[in-house]
Write a new protein. Structure first.
Length: 196
């Protein structure tokens, strides 16, 4: 262990944590992170959960009853199986948000961004696979089109992830500003108490 680490540990241990400030900080963080949904948004999340569940069931049925034979049958079943899992995860996430009536801006939005990224990546891979099959077995006329569509999904998923990273950074900045604001208020109370 380095001397720097020991000094940092001693410094953290020496810091006095005011329970009032901690409670105000936690309350402020709850207000910052939990966004209450309007009735329209709550209905939209409930509808999204139903659509996700229908998508999951449809994909699971397709994975089980897919009529592809040959070397690509396993790939087709696997793709629809992953679609079913993604749909089920979305249904659970959107349903929980609709039932709670609040969105946790850190956890829920990060989970939604990961789902969108996973779905767009899977669509990109499927589009490249379909385009490759078109080149191998067909005229290849639609191969470029499917590749461009897959690339568009991949770019939109990447933009969604970047947007989420920016929002998460903004939340961290707001969290630090809240902490600083509460520390300044505590110092102001201490200095006000001494001058009185």
């Amino acid at each position: 262990m380095k001397a720097h680490d020991r000094f940092a540990d001693r410094l953290i241990a020496a810091e006095h944590i005011d329970t009032k400030r901690k409670e105000r900080y936690e309350m402020g963080m709850r207000q910052l992170l939990n966004q209450t949904l309007t009735p329209a948004k709550r209905i939209a999340y409930a509808f999204g959960a139903i659509v996700g569940l229908a998508f999951a069931v449809n994909s699971a049925v397709l994975a089980a009853t897919l009529h592809i034979t040959g070397e690509y049958a396993a790939w087709g079943r696997a793709v629809f199986g992953v679609f079913a899992v993604l749909g089920a995860v979305w249904a659970v996430l959107a349903g929980r948000i609709a039932i709670r009536g609040t969105v946790n801006l850190r956890k829920d939005r990060a989970a939604i961004a990961r789902l969108v990224w996973g779905l767009s990546l899977l669509i990109f891979i499927v589009a490249l696979l379909v385009g490759g099959l078109g080149l191998r077995y067909g005229s290849g006329r639609w191969s470029v089109f499917t590749a461009v569509i897959g690339l568009a999904y991949l770019i939109s998923g990447a933009l969604f992830m970047v947007r989420n990273l920016v929002q998460q950074s903004e939340l961290k900045i707001c969290e630090k500003l809240l902490d600083i604001e509460l520390r300044v208020a505590e110092l102001d109370e201490r200095l006000g108490g001494r001058s009185a």
